[in-house]
Design a protein around this ligand. Sequence first.
Ligand code: ATP
Length: 211
Amino acid sequence: MLRVIFGGTFDPIHNGHVLTSLFAFHLLKGDQLHVMPSAQPPHRDFPGASAAQRLEMVRLAYADQPDVCAEPWELQRERTSYSLLTLQEMHNQWPEDKLVFLLGNDAFAKLHTWHGWQQLLDVAHLAVMQRPHETKEWSSEVQALAQRHQVKEIDKLHQTPNGAIICLPTPEIALSATELRQAMAAHGPWEQHVPAGVADYIKQQQLYQTA
Ligand code: ATP
């Protein structure tokens, strides 16, 4: 079984996350997509919505997708949400399954700043999604890693247990949660950029009223 793990702050989850992750999941021919909010994001200040609210928004965003779950893994553990620790735990939990960690190109470009980044490929594959505007040049460390591990065919990810990096031709959607939080606080347009269930929840919970 091939499990695709999509981690993030999701504060809030938006159409950029949902459309690209579903596109990637189908390209990868995955069996299960785990969309996993982080508990305490190591790379940023504390988010605007609570962990439980971010998980609920993820659940609402993919409510019509039977192969997608809102993954509470990192919210159930009292530790910093390092992706490496999570993937190692998942690997122990499902030793027979393949894990593919899905991330945007902006995140991949600075992968070398992540805790234990060189060990990620010991337990998982990495799949990189396109992201316009935010796209940064890969760091020299990331370029070197890609040189050793990048593959062109998705089938490679099904044939090997871990250790491959693939760049996926996902649609480019120029959206970020930061822009949406700012638009909400400024009473600008935002509703069309999140799934309808998420928009209703944000209004009902009165989230993101200040920037
Ligand atoms: P923020 O603006 O608050 O930093 P964000 O919109 O970048 O939020 P995150 O929760 O930080 O969202 O991102 C989670 C993952 O989703 C990261 O791997 C990121 O690269 C990816 N991602 C976010 N937005 C997009 C998008 N529009 N297209 C493709 N990938 C995206």
